[in-house]
Every structure is written in structure tokens, then in C-alpha cells.
Write a protein that binds this ligand. Sequence first.
Ligand code: GDP
Ligand code: PGA
Ligand code: MN
Ligand code: MN
Length: 614
Amino acid sequence: MVDTVAKTPGAEDIHVDAPTTHEKLIQFVSDIAELTTPDRIHWVDGSEEEYAGLTDELVAAGTFTRLTSPDFPNSFAAFSDPADVARVESRTFICSEAERDAGFTNNWVDPAEMRETLSGVFDGAMRGRTMYVIPFVMGPLDAEDPKFGVEVTDSAYVVTSMRIMARIGTDVVRRMEELDAFFVPAVHSVGAPLEPGQDDVAWPCNKEKYIVHFPETREIWSYGSGYGGNALLGKKCYALRIASAMARDEGWLAEHMLILKLTSPQGRSHFISGAFPSACGKTNLALIDPTLEGWTAETLGDDITWIRPGKDGEFRVVNPEAGYFGVAPGTGWHTNANAMRAIAKGNSVFTNCALTDDGGVWWEGMTEEPPSHLTDWQGNEWTPDSETPAAHPNARFCTPIDQTDMLAEEYYSADGVKLDAILFGGRRKTTVPLVTESRDWNHGIFFGATLSSETTAAAEGAVGKVRRDPMAMLPFIGYDAGDYLNHWVRVSGQADPEKLPKIFLVNWFRRNRDGGFAWPGFAENSRVLKWIVERIEGRGEAVETPIGLTPTPEALDTTGLDISDEDLHDALRVDPQEWRAELADIEQWFERFGGSLPQSIQGELQQLRDRMGG
Ligand code: GDP
Ligand code: PGA
Ligand code: MN
Ligand code: MN
């Protein structure tokens, strides 16, 4: 741990005393210190001792509550400002040189203008606080071309969370020095400078928020929020938005996907990724415990996947992250025991969960029966009669991935694994059947391009509104959405067509005639995975429908499953009337691309129209 003292407020007095020879890094830290005028600079080494010191400080500051229940060893609960609970898409900006390059799915501001705004808001933003310097790498440190970043932040909560989510600290800096490597400079401030003598609050933040990306210069600037997706800059900002722009330029793909290894009773393994929008089931599927006998699932990742065309024309995937930042509500021993087991090993940070009377955390769905008394995420007394949820709907657990019992050994492979199937999925009450196989690769890209979902609590704004979310990347594409789909076509064009993954559209959330879920979901999704594997292996019965290939009710293994024929029918049904409405909506969606959509995808729409009878 290296602490450097800088005197407030004179910028000229700040001494960086960098424990590194990486000149660009020293320059970056000096520049940001000069701009934001922190009281101290702390170079994060990533050690246990440092973590212990920081968590002690966070407890003393009231940001963390140390959990004393033996069920949550070495773990902490944090409670955010009630107005800082989710990603802020309306305050997220892609500042490319040309407006056209940000595309219609992003907020754009001229980079020169944004730089001026940022120099204003960041001026003195860290006054009275410590500036932490976090060197990190997304993906393996021994990768051929490791993807480095350095986050400077005035939040110790961010440091402790980044230590779980990414590989950080001294090893990373040493490797950066050896390679004289490029790094993504990522600046974060909660935007709450302290005047001399001013008391801090438990969760400092600012009403004004800016989550800014400069894709050409690969820079990130985040201001005003402490919430994960806005503040842990290695995650969404780097590994998706900036990485998608890097991937466009370098010939790979940065995607919002889980990675699952599935082994059949015959001992054959397949790697399956799934792109579902935030809070639509990635973490649960990534950690599935199959109910079907003889099947084993192991995980490689639950949120972000980097895909590279391999030497033999296959798609290879790695998870650039080191932890879970998972939706807590709905995660329980009955729905996601693997997540619960990883959490039970401790070393976790819980944000906006409820506190139990014995010093643990609880959230809706953790146990079937709620405890009789809790302290809710806003610090109020809570009983099962209370009208508001005990945990915020977007409450999160942050847990190291290497605590997962079912972690696949391939997680550690710098070279990744060959991808066999891609699932695109969302939350749709109607229209979209449980599972549909694409007719071919191009039709699969059409599935991704037209993916839709009801909105969730993972982002600010209304919940439950259907919106198009291409490849589940709507909030994360760091450039023009049409260019992004063209890039998918281009990258896959370089792969061996025989080795391209099969593509499926899934929907665990369709409702039955009584308004309940038609399909039980969670572990029972293994039955859908079995059919998918059968299709990969060239078996499995499917029927042709205008929208693609769906299983017959008999083709889905429902042995021992408690589901009525009506529900199964409702889950699998392709309803022509619903699809006519869907078609009209897709047509409107495609118009928004204003000509930048790939011809081949446009062509798929015409074919769908034709198959549906004009
Ligand atoms: P992620 O944000 O995409 O990783 O989604 P999660 O796996 O964390 O799940 C988000 C929410 O959806 C949680 O409340 C889950 O309990 C719920 N969920 C996940 N999978 C299923 C499923 O198969 N069926 C139903 N009904 N709910 C699910
Ligand atoms: P999620 O991750 O996809 O697990 O919800 C966080 C997010 O996308 O904001
Ligand atoms: Mn996500
Ligand atoms: Mn998740």
C-alpha cells in the first residue's frame, strides 16, 4: 500500500510518488490529481491487507456494515443513496468525433464540448478525499494482448468491488511495465468534494451524473454515481462499450453474454453462451443445476463474453471478468443454489439488500418464507406485512467467481473455448416461444438484431415496457448499432461456416392463460438445453414454423416435470396474430437504422414476411 500526501487545495503541491516506471501511467495520474485535487493518492496493490484496511475504513465511514452472521464470512452490506440504485442510460454518452458513429441507440455530445463540461465538473471533484489508483486487466493477464485499464476513483467502495470483479494491483502494473502497454484511462468521481471540517455521508454521490465514453481515444469518465454499472469502470464501460469499439477495429466481438459448459450423460461437452438483457436470467442460467439426470453444467461467466475468431475458423470465447455482480432478488437455494454456495464462502459485498437481525443479509426469494423481522435497504423496520420490498429490486451481490464450485477449468484458459451455440433471450409475456432454432446463421443474426424484452429495474426508468435490445447490447454498444450488426456479419464471414455456433431464441418468461409463467424456468431450463444439444449434435425433433424451428411438445424432455399440457402448449405456441403485430414492430425498429442495417438482415425480414403469408 502506498499513500502519498498531497496538500489541498493547491494543485501544484500534489506529489504523485508513483510506484511504477510506466510513464504514461504516471502522467495520467498526475493530470487527474491536478484536475481533481484529492487530499491523498493511494496506489492500489490488490493485497489482502489493503482490502482489510479499506473495508475497516468503509465500516468506520458507515458505508459498509460488517456482516456478523457466520453464513456470510468476511462480507459487507452497503446501502446506496435511494437515487443511485441502477445504471443511468439517459446520462450515458458515447462521444465519438462524428455524431453518426454513435448511432441512434446512444446519447451523443460533441467530444470537445463534453471535454469542456467534464473539466468543469471534475475540477476539484476529489477535494478532501483520497484518490485511489486501480490498475486492472480485463481477461487473463497472460493473454497475447492483455486488455489493461487504470481506474482512478475517490470511492473506496469502488476499490473493494473492483478487486472482486477484475484482476487488479501490483501484478498488473508489472505486466503493463514489461509490455509498455496501452491502458484505458478511466476516471471516476462520486462528485462530492468535502470542504475542510465537512462530515461525509455514507454514500456520497451527485444528482448530476455523467457516464462518458470517448471510443476513439478509448477513455472513460464517470461522475456522480457510486452504483456498480456506472462506477466499476472495468465492467460495462470498458468490457462492453469501449471493448466493442476496440473489437470493431481489431476483428472480434465484445458481448453481453454468459458462458456455460454443458456435458451430456454420454460425456460430450458443449459450450453455450447466452445474451439476455440485464435482469433477464444470465446469472441464473450460467449457474444452472440441471434437473435432468446425468447432465452436468459448469460455468465460465455470467455477464460479459469476448469472442474471437480462432485459427481454425471457430469462435473462441473468454470471460473478461473475475466476479459476479448479480441481481440478488430471486437468487435462492431453490432457484440458484450454485450462486448461494459461492456467496456462502464469503468475501462478498452486498448492495441494497435487507439486513437480518442476526447480522446477515436477505432479499426477496432467498428463502421461501421471509424472516419475521428485517431492516430494509433504506434502514426501515420491515416485517412480512410491509408493503414495500425489503431489498431493492436491483439489489446486488458482488462475489469472486473462483468461489464457484461448478467453475469450469476452462475459465482459466487464456485461449478460451470453442463456442457451440448462442442463445438470444429476453422477457416477453407474449409472442416469443420458449425456444426457437434459427434456420441458419444469418437468420440467427436476425434473432439477435430483433431481440426484445420488457425493461427491468437494472436501469433507471419504467419497468415492464417492451423494447428492442439488439443482442442484449442496446445500452452497451459503443458505436453505431447498424455498424455493430455489420461487424457481426463481417466477423462471422471470416469463420468456417461449418464451425459457426448454432443460434437459438429463448423466452423463459412467457405467460399462460392464467397470467402465471407458462414454463417453470430456472433449473428446468436444462430441458431446453438438452434439446439444444440434441440439435447441435444433429438429433432432436423440430417443426418448421414461419419464425424458425421449434420443438414438438414430445421433443422436449418433460420426464418428471410438473407441467400441464396447456402450459406447455402456451410456452411453445407460435401465434400468427401475435407475430403479425411483432412483424409491424420489427419493421418500425429497422426503419430507425436509417439505412445502416446489413442487407442480409433486411432480407431476413422480407423472408419472414413471405413465410407468414405476406
Ligand atoms: P441477469 O441480470 O441477466 O444476470 O439475470 P439474473 O439471472 O440475475 O435474473 C434476473 C431475475 O430474473 C432474477 O430475479 C431471477 O430470479 C429471474 N429469473 C432468472 N431466470 C429465470 C427463469 O428461468 N424463470 C423466471 N421466471 N425467472 C427467472
Ligand atoms: P446484469 O448486469 O446483466 O447481471 O443485470 C448488470 C447490468 O447489466 O446492469
Ligand atoms: Mn449485465
Ligand atoms: Mn447477472
